[in-house]
Design a protein around this ligand. Structure first.
Ligand SMILES: Nc1ncnc2c1ncn2[C@@H]1O[C@H](COP(=O)(O)OP(=O)(O)O)[C@@H](O)[C@H]1O
Ligand SMILES: CC(=O)OP(=O)(O)O
Ligand SMILES: [Mg+2]
Length: 364
């Protein structure tokens, strides 16, 4: 019989639970917070059949954890050591592991890592130009994240565009509460916008993205802020919420249309960083065949996709307005004549995690 895998996907703004039997999603629950995961929720998810194994998205695997890994006490301790590298995310995954272990003590559990897809990034994209003894002592490198989503999109985006994944240059825009880009050539990560931590790169819902490191030094030395104050502000009170007072792009587009200056500037900053990042990823690939949008914002914001495409006309990006407005599921939204195919693909971390669980446990 096909194994039933419970997938636990904690995001910075969501907790998504899915039960998969093969590629079929047979039960779903979207919760607000990890604390809402209890025996009742699990009973609901297991109503159609017993859960054989659990897969948990873990954002940071560090240098040690790349392949899907069966979670035991030692692995749990190893993952806890990485908490300072992803303070918004790692505690959520560890809490999920602890709750599931308590509720399903006899069910095997496998951790699947956001960092894994980028483990083979070339030196050009992964090495920081900082003293080598620091890199060696602490494993400082650009790790990159959202790799479970990129793993799926690296295959689905070329396919939806009618290209072979093995011969394609794609830039994938994972735009959710957290956001990052990935340059994918022939199915592999060549570059990405997040770095050592998920704070780098694009403007996000509450995170700042890339900053001048000199600004951080100045805040400490001359602004007399503590590390904790700086970290709290950059993780929780920056990004869109700092620019526009809301994390919701729908409200920000509506505000801009109503003449709100803060919303206008918020969109300019968000889109400026985004199109700059896409061009940088295209440069790393030496050209662009497929541009893909995925995750909450990427899949749902018609306005954002239109605005980004307009700004990328110089790269050969052009949308069909009707296809963009009607996009549901995995679909090509390009204008017929466009040199670059633009697609929307669903974020299917659940499929990638379930496949990782089956591989790690040798399940059918
Ligand atoms: N129609 C839409 N337009 C713009 N943003 C949207 C839309 N629908 C959802 N979002 C945004 O998607 C984000 C959530 O995406 P998701 O990928 O689930 O995030 P995460 O996994 O990082 O928690 C939220 O910031 C939400 O505001
Ligand atoms: C790594 C990351 O930022 O994840 P999320 O988008 O779920 O916050
Ligand atoms: Mg997510």
């Amino acid at each position: 019989m096909t194994a039933r895998v419970l997938v636990v996907n904690p995001g910075s703004s969501s907790l998504k639970l899915r039960v998969l039997a093969g590629a079929d999603v047979v039960a779903t629950a979207d919760l607000g917070a990890i604390g809402d995961l209890d025996a009742d929720v699990l009973r609901g998810l297991a109503a159609g059949g017993e859960i054989d194994a659990v897969g948990v998205r873990v954002v940071h695997g560090g240098e040690r954890y790349v392949q899907p890994t069966v979670v035991d006490a030692q692995v749990e301790a190893g993952l806890a050591e990485l908490t300072s590298l992803a303070p918004l995310h790692q505690p959520q995954s560890l809490a999920a592991i602890a709750i599931v272990r308590q509720l399903l003590p006899a069910t095997p559990m496998v951790a699947c890592f956001d960092t894994a897809f980028h483990a083979t990034m070339p030196a050009a994209a992964s090495v920081y130009p900082i003293p080598p003894e620091w890199r060696e002592k602490w494993g400082l490198r650009r790790y990159g994240f959202h790799g479970l989503s990129f793993t799926y999109a690296a295959e689905s985006a070329p396919r939806v565009a009618g290209r072979s994944p093995g011969d394609c240059r794609s830039v994938i825009c994972h735009l959710g509460a957290g956001a990052s880009l990935c340059a994918v050539r022939d199915g592999r990560s060549i570059d990405t916008t997040m770095g050592f931590t998920p704070l780098d790169g694009l403007v996000m819902a509450t995170r700042c993205g890339a900053l001048d490191p000199g600004l951080l030094l100045w805040l400490q030395e001359s602004g007399h802020l503590t590390e904790r104050e700086i970290a709290g502000a950059l993780e929780h009170r920056s990004g869109l919420v700092a620019l526009a007072g809301t994390t919701d792009l729908r409200e920000i587009f509506a505000g801009e249309a109503a003449g709100d200056e803060r919303c206008r500037v918020a969109l300019e900053v968000y889109i400026h960083r985004l199109v700059g990042g896409i061009a940088e990823m295209a440069a790393a690939l030496g050209g662009l065949d497929v541009l893909a949008f995925t995750a909450g914002v990427g899949e749902n914001s018609v306005d954002l996709r239109a605005r980004v495409a307009e700004r990328l006309a110089f790269l050969g990006v052009a949308l069909d307005p009707g296809r963009n407005a009607d996009a549901r599921g995995d679909v090509d939204i390009s204008a017929d004549e466009a040199a670059v195919r633009t697609v929307v693909v669903r974020a299917r971390e659940d499929l990638v995690i379930a496949a990782g669980v089956r591989a790690a446990l040798g399940l059918g």
